[in-house]
Write a protein that binds this ligand. Structure first.
Ligand SMILES: [Zn+2]
Length: 270
């Protein structure tokens, strides 16, 4: 199979579907009241929002209903067109969600997508974290990094809206349906800075938890959810504010994700 090298930047859902076996496995489903077309030039896909050539006209929402998880992450939710790539990924995603035994081409999360393949990665925030390696020595662009975001007992689908990284110094970290733009070198600066601040606070005997600085929730409003004892400590608060202002949520999220691995590497170097 020959893939155009720019497929990932021009049409991410197509790249993902093909890397997951679209060309080998695809056969349009035959469902009453749903029409398959291959000459679409006007309808936007309800999931990816792109005018893809082939897909389904599904006015009654038989294939993907409004009660689907993540419905509100769809780009054009009012459209009645669903493209072949998104539907293929959707079915695949459902399948991989139901049982690990059913996995044929891997999950939709914790992967790196290239123009011609997918690599499964360990992106959990522990000592084995492999996002660290990508940030240390980035592969040749373009590539797309998809971190799995767990929601309850399922995970958040983002095959329809992930963004590729096209500049290896500015990573796009797709975390569920959310994407962070992360200057690569800033992640390491953030970890170095935190280390310095931690030592300073320890020297001053100010107790704090790492999570105060690196809260991984997606809401900025949690930035100030820590104890009044810390909030009212001027020395702490000044250091904290400098840190928060210097490193945005995406950088802190990414730094926290690779932190255990970063520490492990540092111990090796010492
Ligand atoms: Zn689509």
């Amino acid at each position: 199979m020959v893939y155009p090298p720019n497929i990932l930047t021009q049409n991410p859902p197509e790249a993902l579907a093909k890397a997951f076996g679209f060309d080998r496995n695809y056969a349009p489903v035959n469902v009453k009241s749903v029409k398959h077309i291959e000459d679409n030039t006007e309808h936007k896909c309800l999931m990816c929002g792109r005018v893809q050539k082939s897909g389904y006209i599904d006015k009654k929402r038989v294939l993907i209903g409004v009660n689907t998880n993540d419905f509100y992450s769809y780009i054009a939710p009012n459209s009645s067109f669903l493209c072949d790539y998104c539907y293929y990924c959707y079915k695949h995603y459902k399948k991989s969600m139901q049982s690990d035994l059913d996995r044929v081409y891997g999950d939709m999360g914790n992967i790196v997508v290239y123009a011609d393949r997918i690599e499964e990665k360990h992106f959990n925030a522990d000592e084995k974290n492999e996002l660290y390696d990508l940030l240390r020595s980035p592969p040749k662009e373009a590539f797309a990094i998809l971190l799995k975001r767990i929601k309850g007992n399922t995970f958040e689908a983002n095959f329809h809206r992930f963004l590729p990284t096209i500049d290896s110094d500015l990573f796009v970290i797709n975390y569920g349906a959310k994407e962070f733009f992360v200057p690569r070198k800033k992640v390491f600066a953030c970890l170095d800075d935190f280390d310095r601040i931690a030592k300073e606070l320890q020297a001053k005997k100010i107790d704090f938890s790492e999570d105060v600085f690196f809260n991984r929730s997606l809401s900025e409003s949690y930035n100030y959810w820590f104890s009044p004892r810390l909030r009212n400590n001027k020395e702490f608060f000044a250091l904290y504010m400098d840190f928060i202002n210097e490193y945005d949520r995406g950088v802190r999220f990414t730094a926290k994700t690779i932190k255990r691995r970063w520490e492990k590497e540092r111990r090796k170097d010492a």
